[in-house]
Design a binder for this molecule. Sequence first.
Ligand code: C2E
Ligand code: MG
Ligand code: MG
Length: 325
Amino acid sequence: AEALAMAESLRGAIASGYLLGGQGVDVTASIGVVLCGQRIDDADEVMKQVDLALYRAKAAGRNAAWIFDPALQADLLQRAALVRDLRAALHEEQFVLHYQPVVGLDRRTLGVEALVRWPHPQGGFVPPSTFIPVAESHALIVELGDWVLSAACRQLVEWAADPVKSAWTIAVNVSAVQLRESAFVAKVEAALRSTGARPDRLRLEITESMLHDDLEQTIAKMHALRAVGVRFALDDFGTGYSSLSYLKRLPLDQLKIDRAFVSNVDCEANDAAIARTILALASILDIHVVAEGVETEGQWGFLVEHGCRAFQGYLFSRPAPAAHL
Ligand code: C2E
Ligand code: MG
Ligand code: MG
């Protein structure tokens, strides 16, 4: 407690601001703390530990102090193991795609969203919420994203010959790291060309968090792909900044209302208001809306009543292998 109080008072002093050449300057500090008892046997080890605590303070959003604890070290070791396994999984093509239908008012399938699955050799599926962020922080996401894209394109070609499925679109989630690549547009075009998939059957899902850096570049890339027929959806809408200027400037044809609002539309006044506002806004801007995570008839009824025309969720189908659709 004394060490943390000391760290906090240092942090506070540093954060209180400076005058530099008459200008006010804000500086924040991240502090790592390690408790070493009476004597230190291995200085290197202590420095490593304090570095881990510092890393944690930064990861927690900076301007904070953290004390090293052994659980933190275990955490990092586990993460390193995950990175190693991910590399191997990419090498051995262990990933598979599952598909979740998006349905219309008549509850018939309009298209699907491709969701990557990692059947871990040591048991069970590793959820994407665990490995996508790790893949993103190690640029492995680019390799994984390339694989997902071409697997989805191959699936489109397979469905093109099927009278029921030939009209379906496949939506592919794209990570910010992929979109930032200068070769992104060329890669998507190459995946379409090499498989022979129809560009107008491919939809790319992006999220608002991707729009922070280099908005102009992103818009240019989206236009280039739009020109060959590829369409775009804004995923998880409502959870980020939901800026109206994005909606006006991005060549989008779909917004996906995040599950966070959908799950309470029929019982939470605020969430209902947000969902209704998104539906009204999209209708004015002539953008289609998909409600994500529809689980109950009550949610369905509310959404239909307020003008939603496309739906995705467990009420209709869970994500499943292509053969089960
Ligand atoms: P997302 O794109 O928003 O995908 C929707 C998530 O909601 C999926 O989780 C889906 O299984 C889940 N979901 C669908 N309907 C329901 C429902 O009615 N109730 C509930 N509770 N959940 C529902 P999943 O498959 O675990 O994917 C999580 C996230 O991982 C995705 O969110 C997406 O951001 C990311 N992800 C998945 N596949 C890929 C990929 O190939 N590339 C990238 N970059 N990200 C991916
Ligand atoms: Mg998505
Ligand atoms: Mg989503």
